[in-house]
Design a protein around this ligand. Structure first.
Ligand code: G4P
Length: 532
């Protein structure tokens, strides 16, 4: 087995949260603890959510910053930690889903007052589909929030996963005293501090130790003893295997902005989280320890500088060692490419690298050869699975406002959809282009970028489609009959798959009833199918 040491060392994960739960703050604190940055305030990503939707400068800034902070790597406790950034704004949720295919585990941040919010549920659904190991951080314990036991119940119920607290809060809000580390049997007392890293950690091996009463007061000490008793009685012991299988999520409590509970989280994360795991391809499962290099593109940033049509493709390495200037096989194009300037991202610095290992994410400069989901290998013909397209929720028809610029518009919309900003469906009769997204904000972004980067002026006309459905069947004849009957509702996606554009849930149900041998899917990766 090659590269074993480098593989074992790596921890590649993403932080997910409903906007405002504290993802940016926690990311920053992890970087601070990991020594990757020196001062708080250095990471200001995801602030787009606070900008008015029409503030394009902010959008542009966000794109720039999000390249710099797309991957943040640092060394901690003998491990190389790679944090993959996920956009905070819900309109960019699909970007986040794709990033989740490139991580080996996630940390989910919950606001203790708001509990499980809509975006949290959706993101967790994607993690649950792939059995991604999850650690939960309940944030903002310095504010009044929900009772800790109720929160645990809510997490189990809404996220469909078992939980196991590994730290436990003593009080909350104004009465927040600290957290007891159930895993390591010590007590971490709370001091509101936005700058200090170290807290006073007192080791209390036995909860009946009177020192506990002295430190937090008799009432809190008694409450803690009772609650820990309940936890030990109700929750199974923490089982790493179950965590790795995505069946149980360890839970930590703290306050990211006050640097509180972050150290416990990071130390446990380093200890229990998985080193890079393999990935399923269309032909076989690929282990990270295999000799030959392979990887897949999960994100593309185009036209950062409109004067140079440069794009960066983000590639997650699955197996083997990636080397600079070596030829690799681009499976979809059946062509070989070498890369002179592959970059890695250490905190906010980009640097050219000579080699990279499984678990790493590298940036490849690209002149238009990559699409999201492309696979690179040392020659083997295989595709990595698991970059699903979900059916968009909002559909608009693209109308060209300047017939002289139709070529530019065509090029622009294709490049932007390659980048994953939106999905495009081309209606079969008529060649009309329907653009689909999960949020309205993307349409503004697309329109703005088409003008600025391609000089193409367009307008979007709302279409009331309900879902775009991919279709599979063993009965080709039935599919052909269906496609003939519904010709006006059939489009092609970017990979030339036929898609049924259902206008209402009723029409979809009717289609399912009338054509029972066709399965209608709302994600393009049918293995990951969820119900409509
Ligand atoms: P996000 O990336 O998940 O969207 O959240 P972000 O970290 O930007 O945090 C959202 C707000 O919550 C920020 O306040 C942040 O300071 C605050 N916050 C984060 N962690 C804690 C915590 O442990 N306790 C408390 N009380 N607040 C916390 P803001 O006023 O929106 O922004 P800022 O001006 O402070 O940056």
């Amino acid at each position: 087995m090659k590269n074993l040491e480098s593989i074992e060392k790596r921890r590649t994960f993403g932080i997910i949260a409903h906007p405002d739960a504290g993802k940016t703050t926690l990311t920053e604190k992890l970087l601070l603890f990991g020594g990757a940055i020196q001062t708080a305030g250095a990471v200001k990503n995801n602030k787009i959510k606070k900008a008015a939707t029409s503030d394009f400068m902010e959008i542009e800034k966000q794109r720039g910053i999000s390249v710099a902070t797309s991957v943040m790597a640092f060394e901690y406790g003998g491990k190389q930690v790679n944090i993959l950034d996920t956009p905070g704004h819900k309109d960019f949720a699909e970007d986040t889903y794709r990033t989740l295919t490139a991580v080996d585990s996630v940390i989910l941040v919950i606001d203790c007052a708001n509990g499980v919010e809509s975006q949290t549920e959706k993101l967790m659904e994607v993690c649950r589909m792939r059995n991604t190991p999850v650690i939960i951080f309940v944030n903002k314990m310095d504010r009044e929030g929900k009772d800790a036991f109720s929160l645990l119940d809510e997490l189990e119920e809404k996220l469909n996963i078992h939980v196991r607290p590994l730290t436990w809060p003593i009080g909350m809000g104004d009465r927040f005293k600290g957290v007891y580390n159930i895993y390591q049997h010590n007590l971490n007392l709370f001091q509101a501090s936005k700058t200090k890293k170290a807290n006073d950690i007192v080791s209390i091996k036995d909860l009946s130790d009177p020192q506990l009463d002295e430190l937090v007061g008799a009432a809190f000490a008694e409450e803690l003893r009772e609650e820990i008793d309940i936890i030990d009685g109700v929750y199974d012991d923490f089982d790493r295997e179950k965590y790795l299988a995505g069946e149980i999520a360890p839970v930590f409590f703290g306050s990211a902005v006050n640097n509180f509970g972050v150290q416990e989280l990071l130390d446990t994360f380093i200890e229990v989280s998985p080193s890079p795991i393999g990935r399923e391809s269309d032909v076989r499962y690929v282990e990270p320890t295999e000799d030959k290099f392979s990887g897949f593109v999960f994100k593309i940033h185009a036209n950062l500088d409109p004067k140079h049509r440069d794009r960066i493709a983000f590639l997650r390495i699955v197996s083997g060692k990636f080397e600079r200037n070596k030829f690799y096989h681009h499976v979809r194009l059946n062509k070989n490419f070498k890369f002179a300037n592959p970059t890695s991202f250490m905190a906010q610095e980009k640097s050219v690298i000579d080699e990279a290992f499984p678990g790493d994410v590298i940036g490849l400069y690209d002149t238009g050869n990559f699409k999201i989901g492309d696979t690179l290998t040392e020659g083997e013909n295989m595709f990595y699975k698991g970059i699903p397209s979900f059916s968009p929720e909002i559909f608009m028809e693209l109308e060209n406002l300047d017939p002289m610029k139709s070529k530019q518009l065509d090029k622009g919309i294709h490049q932007l959809t390659d980048e994953g900003v939106a999905q495009m469906f081309v209606m079969q009769p008529g060649n009309r282009k329907i653009v689909g997204t999960v949020g309205m904000l993307q349409f503004e972004v697309i329109q703005h970028r088409l003008i600025n980067e391609y000089g193409a002026n367009c307008r979007f006309v709302p279409k009331n489609y309900f879902k775009a459905c991919w279709m599979t069947t063993d009965n080709k004849e039935q599919l052909e009959t269906f496609i003939r009957a519904k010709a006006n509702y059939i489009a092609k996606d970017k990979d030339d798959n036929q898609v049924f554009m259902a206008e209402t849930p009723f029409l979809l149900t009717m289609a399912q009833q009338d054509y029972p041998e066709i399965t209608f899917h709302t994600t393009s990766e049918f293995k990951l199918e969820k119900t409509v």
